[in-house]
Ligand binder design. Structure first.
Ligand SMILES: Nc1ncnc2c1ncn2[C@@H]1O[C@H](COP(=O)(O)OP(=O)(O)OP(=O)(O)O)[C@@H](O)[C@H]1O
Length: 333
């Protein structure tokens, strides 16, 4: 796992040009044919990756541990130099001019920047001021963010006494307190409790609604499903698929998934085949038109003791993702 702990890249220099106002839909980040080979590594960590992030939209980069997500981020913010390929941020060549490109980028890194000696409110306000925010605007925006994430009870607690989840949410607020053209969030919901995770997803959407292009790095498919407009699926350094969640799941539309649990699974209704099957569990794609028939069949099987439980749900992005990553695994094997 990579992290950037040596310095806080989400703190651009206090001086320099203010971010240009991007128009919704305009390209803010364009990564083309990016390759990164670490020394003494047999396989490239990024292998011909291309992606585009636009103002007003959330681009998700979804992949398992080690897929190459943080390596992409580290190159965008100039912490790593690509082996080949190009990165343009707000029209600036970020490989040739990393410091200039970074001026319009705010990053929430995987590792939180320590805020020892401060409270969450003080830390967020300090970053807002360092980044050139007008004091009363920064105070108001800080209050809005702390409220939106239900951080009120911890807002004025010394950093030494806050939990990892609250520290993570504070780091998000520090990243977005001042507007930036490109906001990069690397696994922002790690350690965050389920209730506040939903609030954070809404705050991420709000960040895009305020005009930023948001790059959301995640391994959480539900997070991607709830938050992103566009998605890039990475696996072992390569792009497996790109598109909106609706486009990526289009081939499963009109399909349901039947999950069965039991010691000895019975023969399935005519025409249905398990997609995955173990001795005691099966997942079976079911055309939506056969839903009622299959529920009646499964209910009868439960009553006769042939299965213990069943569930029939719409096919989801998670199914598509596992299909893609599973397919990638087979190809690579
Ligand atoms: N400094 C490094 N030197 C050599 N190999 C590295 C280095 N950093 C990362 N890697 C390797 O590059 C690949 C991609 O790592 P990366 O951290 O970008 O993946 P990731 O998708 O961000 O994973 P995670 O979700 O665990 O952070 C992995 O195989 C990793 O072991």
């Amino acid at each position: 796992m990579s992290s950037y702990t040596s310095h806080p890249p989400h703190l651009p220099p206090p001086t320099g040009p203010s971010p240009s106002e991007p128009h919704p839909g305009n390209i803010v980040l364009e990564v083309s044919n990016l390759v990164k080979r670490y020394r003494r590594s047999a396989h490239p960590a990024n292998d011909d990756i291309s992606l585009t992030a636009r103002a007003g939209r959330v681009l998700g980069v979804l992949g398992h541990n080690g897929a190459g997500k943080t390596t992409v981020v580290n190159q965008i913010v100039g912490l790593l130099r690509p082996t080949s390929g190009s990165i343009r941020v707000g029209g600036i060549d970020a490989v040739a001019h990393p410091a200039r490109a970074r001026e319009i980028v705010a990053v929430q890194a995987q590792a939180n920047v320590p805020i020892t000696g401060l409270s969450p409110r003080k830390a967020v306000e300090l970053v807002g001021r360092i980044r050139g925010g007008e004091p009363s605007t920064v105070t108001r925006r800080t209050g809005e963010l702390l409220d939106a994430l239900d951080l009120g009870p911890w807002a004025d607690t010394p950093a030494e006494k806050i939990s990892g989840g609250i520290a993570r949410l504070t780091a998000f607020c520090m990243t977005v307190v001042q507007p930036s053209s490109l906001v990069i969030l690397d696994e922002p919901t790690n350690d965050v409790d389920p209730a506040r995770r939903r609030l954070l997803w809404a705050a991420i959407r709000d960040t895009a609604a305020r005009g930023a292009a948001v790059l959301l790095v995640t391994h959480n498919v539900r997070e991607a499903e709830r938050t992103v407009d566009d998605l890039v699926v990475l696996d072992r350094g390569r792009v497996l698929a790109t598109g909106t969640p609706a486009q990526l799941t289009a081939h499963t539309r009109g399909e349901l998934l039947l999950e069965l649990d039991g010691e000895h699974l019975p023969e399935l209704p005519h025409g249905l085949r398990a997609a995955t099957e173990t001795a005691a569990q099966a997942t079976v794609p079911v055309p939506a038109a056969r839903g009622a028939e299959v529920v009646a069949w499964a209910q009868a099987a439960v009553e006769q003791g042939q299965i213990e439980r069943f569930a029939l749900t719409p096919a989801s992005l998670e199914d598509t993702y596992l299909e893609l990553v599973g397919a990638g695994t087979e190809v690579a094997a």
